[in-house]
Ligand binder design. Structure first.
Ligand code: IMP
Length: 191
């Protein structure tokens, strides 16, 4: 089985990605290679941050690896929180704080269009490749559902009447930003 480092320790992401890439690839987390460094995500684009993370691992360990960065882009908030999605409500915030901030800023604005966008940077044999996935949808007026993570309870994908947090992991992977980006990565790795 080929080994690929996924430059993350996010258990939700690892589970999603392993479900799509195993058994062809063994996906190794940062914990599993003993990397506990706090890799700074200082770029102002998703692509830039994905590359920073992948390059950090490649430079330090010389291993084939990929990293992702995801943002929720809300039209009525001029694309925010975007690249700042993780810490939108402040450095030490929890997902519920971010959700609260989004709902407060949106208020009863009728334009609730939004999308999740994921950029993946893969470094394979020293060469950089990018893959993008996005899913259009809208922001609910209040959180719905218990599955998933992050902004899932307030994001409903287009054509659905359930938020991401009301879909099973399998249903979400089929249509999600990260699922689509990973599918492109998988197709690339298989050909
Ligand atoms: P990351 O930099 O890729 O970890 O993503 C930044 C932030 O976007 C995370 O901290 C989450 O708040 C949010 N996020 C990323 N992926 C998802 C998802 O699939 N559902 C909901 N929120 C997500």
């Amino acid at each position: 089985m080929k080994k690929l480092i996924f430059a993350t320790n996010n258990a939700h992401k690892l589970e999603e990605v392993r479900a799509m890439l195993e058994p062809q690839y063994s996906i190794i987390s940062l914990d599993e290679i003993g990397c506990h460094d706090d890799i700074p995500e200082t770029a102002d684009t998703l692509e830039g941050n994905a590359l920073i993370k992948a390059k950090y691992i490649f430079d330090k360990y010389g291993l084939d690896c990929f990293a992702d960065d995801t943002g929720l882009e809300i039209d009525a908030l001029n694309g925010e929180p975007g690249v700042y999605s993780a810490r939108y409500a402040g450095e030490a915030c929890i997902p519920e704080d971010n959700i609260k901030k989004v709902l407060q800023l949106l208020g009863d604005n009728a334009d609730r269009n939004a999308r999740f966008r994921t950029s993946i940077a893969l470094i394979l044999e020293g060469k950089i490749h990018y893959f993008e996935g996005k899913v259009e949808g809208y922001i609910e007026s209040s959180p719905k559902g218990e599955q998933g993570f992050g902004y899932d309870p307030i994001f409903t994908p287009q054509g659905y009447d359930k938020s991401f947090a009301q879909l099973s992991a399998g249903e979400k992977n089929e249509i999600s930003h990260r699922g689509l980006a990973i599918k492109k990565l998988v197709e690339f790795l298989q050909h």
